[in-house]
Design a protein around this ligand. Structure first.
Ligand SMILES: Nc1ncnc2c1ncn2[C@@H]1O[C@H](COP(=O)(O)OP(=O)(O)OP(=O)(O)O)[C@@H](O)[C@H]1O
Ligand SMILES: [Mg+2]
Length: 426
């Protein structure tokens, strides 16, 4: 079908994409001069016995969803028909959908994944309380806007069950994100959305879908009967707490699953909180911070003394390169300092008390120290992940600051160039 020039009062400005239900256009509302996204429903879907019933359903859903008002939900403005073509008018989202961003098996750090999934869960907490189930949570329906907001699209909109789609000869989307009860064609409730959100979480952390197969049938079989491998067995960067969270979110039996979005989100936030083992109360954070500071000062002073001594007596360094027990103990303390900095996110700043510097101090004394070498790697990985997320969120100034820091601290890292290219492309 060629692109219409208008739909109702809306001017059609271009094609945004195609989905199972129909085509999505970029449109313009001339009355209030704002861009919109317009999702049209494929005529073939309505040329059936079910057509009329479907139209009523779309209208009812649009009325329910049109009342939603949440920062993480793409708003629906209108549902209407023009010359036999039904269409939904929605908030136009400037950004990228997560399906595009997850292409090529890209992984996200636990912090980034929680940032994204917690926003999805906030949206779900809000709608579930109103009795509205999304039924199609998947990366294609999650957007990251240019200013870093997460938005869930297609809320309750124009949902057609698999059986109906098949009957109408339409192609079913991937069942990879469907809950077991959806795969079985049983009725779904809020907990089905939480299962699908669990699948998205898994993919963000691991870079792969938990349930896969060569065809629809094989994928559904995997959803119904296979337990995915633990995220920690697929990626070292994932803290242990995520194994239990993913297991609970992806429980086949919906009574064993998270029962509410809030419960799921709380567990995620605890898993990445600085003091994740217990509670993330502020006192705990303050204690850790104070400890870090004290250890850093002590570590710094020790190193300064060490260096002064070396300068004063250049010949005292152990000739065979072996460290005394006392030096070894001090290095271990310094590693603990670095790890504490890392835990609270002080990767390369503030100057004088951060993980990178503390590891560097260790390496200056013991250049082969494996804990410090590995620590520096972890600092760099997390630093670049952070910068990538900022780039995704369109926070150019912050990305620039990260790039400047990286250029002065680890100028030979290839990721600097990759990030520069990405920034220049935007
Ligand atoms: N509100 C919106 N603002 C901007 N782009 C959008 C919006 N809604 C959808 N799109 C774009 O239009 C394309 C098609 O969306 P659509 O919802 O039809 O398909 P889908 O979500 O990929 O699959 P499905 O039909 O199974 O939901 C997507 O690639 C998406 O990027
Ligand atoms: Mg969609």
């Amino acid at each position: 079908m060629s692109q219409p020039q208008t739909l109702g009062k809306y001017q059609i400005q271009g094609l945004l994409g195609k989905g199972a239900m129909g085509v999505v256009y970029k449109g313009f509302d001339p009355n209030i001069a704002r861009p919109v996204a317009i999702k049209t429903i494929h005529a073939s879907l309505l040329d059936t016995e079910m057509g009329r019933e479907l139209l009523d359903r779309f209208r009812n859903e649009a009325q329910a969803v049109g009342r939603l008002n949440h920062a993480n939900i793409v708003s629906i403005y209108e549902f209407d028909q023009d010359k036999g073509t039904p269409y939904f008018v929605m908030e136009y989202v400037e950004g990228h959908d997560l399906k595009t961003l997850l292409k090529d098996g890209r992984k996200y750090s636990p912090e980034e994944a929680v940032h994204i999934v917690a926003a999805i869960l906030s949206a779900l907490e809000y709608t579930h309380k109103l009795g509205i189930v999304h039924r199609d949570i998947k990366p294609a329906n999650v957007f990251i806007t240019h200013n870093g907001q997460i938005k869930l699209a297609d809320f309750g909109i124009a949902r057609v069950d698999n059986a109906e789609l098949t009957q109408m000869g339409s192609v079913l989307g991937t069942p990879s994100y469907m809950s077991p009860e959806q795969c079985k064609g049983q009725p779904v409730d809020a907990r089905s959305d939480l299962f699908s959100t669990g699948v998205v979480l898994y993919e963000l952390l691991v870079g792969k879908k938990p349930f896969s197969g060569d065809n629809t049938h094989a994928i559904m079989h995997s959803v119904l009967s296979e337990d995915p491998e633990r995220p920690t067995s697929k990626s070292q960067a994932v803290p242990k707490a995520f194994d239990a969270i993913v297991r609970k979110a992806l429980a086949k039996d919906l009574n064993h699953r998270y029962q509410t979005a809030a419960e799921f989100r709380d567990d995620l936030q605890k898993a990445v909180a600085p003091s994740s083992t217990q509670s993330n109360n502020l006192v705990m954070i303050a204690v850790v911070a104070a400890l870090v500071l004290a250890l850093a000062v002590a570590g710094g002073m020790w190193f300064k003394t060490q260096r002064d001594q070396q300068f004063a007596q250049p010949g005292v360094e152990t000739t065979d390169g072996k460290l005394s027990a006392e030096e070894q103990a001090k290095l271990e303390r310094l590693i603990k300092v670095a790890e504490a900095h890392f835990k609270v996110g002080r990767l390369v700043s503030p100057q004088g008390s951060n993980a990178f510097e503390a590891y560097q101090l260790v390496l200056q004394v013991d250049p082969q120290n494996s804990a410090a070498l590995e620590g520096i790697n972890r600092v760099k990985n997390r630093f670049f992940k952070r910068a990538q997320l900022l780039a995704l969120e369109g926070r150019q100034e912050d990305v620039e600051k990260h790039l400047e820091l990286a250029e002065s601290l680890f100028p030979n890292d290839d990721r600097i160039m990759l990030l520069r290219n990405r920034v220049n492309e935007q």
